[in-house]
Design a protein around this ligand. Structure first.
Ligand code: ATP
Length: 266
């Protein structure tokens, strides 16, 4: 059944690892077409688990969604293998800037086009687009990926994802371990893709300051539960969000209304 409220709809999702370790207890989240949504939360909050659930990658880690459901363009993601989801446009860039280290930058990028049935000309055009977005990769196209910087590896991982022609791009902590200028460059490029191509983006970040600068909306996850959601501009102003997630004192989120599990701003 097609439900078109969002390109992605996460509805009351709970998930476990190894049949027993509960990682998510109730996460709700929607990504509208053309929207950038930031998934915020501290270490171990459940961000990566949620993104893996969205891409149907949990079974590969002995994990499972035990409650709720996740719809991508109206289709239950649990019914499609990760590769099939990618072919339909749900493309994930996992944490850790995964590259094939012994392959060149260009070879890495080309692996992103493997699952698609595109012509040589289309693949070449996509490659040129990635090089236009990340000029540093054009310079390093013949360099082995194990020898480039961390930022360039992250750009390569993102570029490979783009070669799969995403409609919903799911990224896990693209800022991790990178210098602030490189992080800005990456987020600016994601914003450009969003503006120019209408790409929808779900990005998990511990670096909330940067994520809130570029996202339209944000959802905060705490202990496996979505606690808050709202326009990024409003969340930026919240003192408790600043304290907890933007490097201030360690205070818990003050959810003013105890009744609903998620506080909506919109
Ligand atoms: P981080 O930014 O540190 O990755 P996160 O918000 O992405 O944090 P998750 O990695 O989703 O959080 O972890 C949520 C919970 O699930 C944690 O308690 C974690 O220990 C547990 N967990 C994550 N992966 C596994 C796994 N493969 N097996 C068992 N437990 C796991």
């Amino acid at each position: 059944m097609a439900e078109t409220a969002g390109i992605l709809k996460v509805d009351r999702v709970a998930a476990v690892y190894a049949g027993a370790i509960a990682a998510l207890h109730g996460v709700d989240l929607t990504v509208a077409p053309g929207e950038i949504v930031a998934l915020l939360g501290s270490n171990g909050a459940g961000k990566s688990t949620l993104l893996k659930a969205v891409s149907n990658l949990l079974p590969a880690e002995r994990g499972a969604v035990t409650e709720g459901r996740i719809l991508f363009e109206g289709q239950d993601v649990a019914t499609l293998a990760p590769a099939a989801l990618a072919r339909r446009g749900l493309v994930t860039v996992l944490e850790g800037r995964h590259c094939f280290r012994s392959l060149t930058v260009e070879e890495n990028l080309l692996t992103g086009a493997l699952g698609r049935s595109s012509t040589r000309a289309e693949t070449k055009a996509d490659l040129e687009r990635v090089y236009a977005l990340f000029p540093r990769l054009a310079e390093k196209r013949r360099t082995t990926s194990g020898l480039i910087s961390g930022g360039e590896q992250q750009m390569t991982a993102i570029g490979r994802g783009l070669m799969s022609r995403p409609r919903l791009f799911v990224l896990d902590e693209p800022s991790m371990g990178l210098a602030p200028l490189v992080v800005r460059e990456i987020f600016l490029t994601l914003k450009r893709l969003n503006r120019e191509d209408g790409l929808s983006i779900l990005v998990a970040e511990q670096n909330s300051a940067v994520a809130l600068d570029y996202a339209d909306r944000a959802v905060v996850v705490e202990n496996g539960v979505s606690k808050l959601s709202g326009p990024a501009a409003e969340l930026r102003q919240r003192a408790d969000i600043k304290d907890f997630y933007l490097g201030g004192e360690t205070t818990s989120i003050r959810n003013t209304d105890p009744a609903p599990k998620e506080e909506a701003f919109a």
